[in-house]
Design a protein around this ligand. Structure first.
Ligand SMILES: [Zn+2]
Ligand SMILES: [Zn+2]
Length: 229
């Protein structure tokens, strides 16, 4: 298979003048471009002979938008990659672990959260022109763009799929007291506010009404008194 220099077909679209050049949003800064480039592995060093293997241990800055609503990887945070790139018939098999720092907020008590996740990855990237490329959708099997294998979408997708939608500071965080808003885990176990038993709530409300009308009567009678003056 000698598809390396062949144009990679209609899917490249705008990039067809040079399929190897990544499509970069012109509004991105030089720093962002450099950060995006760092995530792309140049496969020319690996070679295409099936069985060739290369270790890929690197620390790279996280890109923007790697997270869900309440938790995510801060942009630029160091992501440790411990990967192995293995040349196989159809492409390159990427496997190993990725350590990503995440920050967020407890969904129950809103305390700030900080953690490092270790994620396992194993993913096949298909060569342009390979049978795998021809018989699978781009959303099913990742593609190799020319000689470049972009690790960023793999790590981003793995992070986003792993992150909990409702992260908690501890597995059994009790959340906040609905009355005073303090963290229940910081309060004594018998913390409570004087709450009227719901069975007597109606009665209590009636007493409150009686008190109100009694209070209301006072100024009324007072004013009649003053009118008489
Ligand atoms: Zn919490
Ligand atoms: Zn309270």
């Amino acid at each position: 298979m000698s598809a390396a220099s062949a144009p990679s077909g209609p899917r490249s679209g705008a990039a067809s003048t040079d399929a190897r050049r990544p499509v970069v949003d012109p509004t991105t800064t030089a720093a962002e471009k450099a950060a995006a480039k760092a995530w792309k592995v140049d496969l020319r060093e690996l070679g295409r002979r099936a069985g060739t293997m290369r270790e890929w241990d690197k620390t790279l800055p996280a890109q923007a938008g790697w997270g869900v609503e309440m938790i995510g990887v801060p942009e630029g945070a160091p992501v440790d990659l411990h990967l192995r790139l293995e040349s196989v018939m159809e492409g390159v098999l990427v496997s190993g672990t990725v350590d990503v720092p995440v920050t967020g907020q407890c969904a129950r008590c809103l305390e700030p959260l900080e953690d490092t996740l270790t994620l396992d990855v194993q993913e096949l990237y298909a060569y342009a022109g390979s049978t795998t490329e021809a018989t699978s959708g781009e959303d099913e099997v990742r593609r190799i763009d020319g000689d470049l294998l972009d690790l960023a979408p793999l790590v981003r997708d793995t992070v986003v799929l792993t992150l909990p939608l409702s992260p908690t500071c501890t597995p059994d965080c009790s959340g906040l007291c609905v009355d005073c808003g303090e963290r229940l885990d910081d309060l004594p176990a018998d913390h409570s506010h004087e709450v009227i038993d719901p069975r007597f709530a109606g009665l209590a409300a009636r007493f409150a009404d009686l008190n109100d009308s009694a209070d209301g009567a006072q100024p009324g009678s007072g004013s009649t008194d003053s009118k008489e003056n």
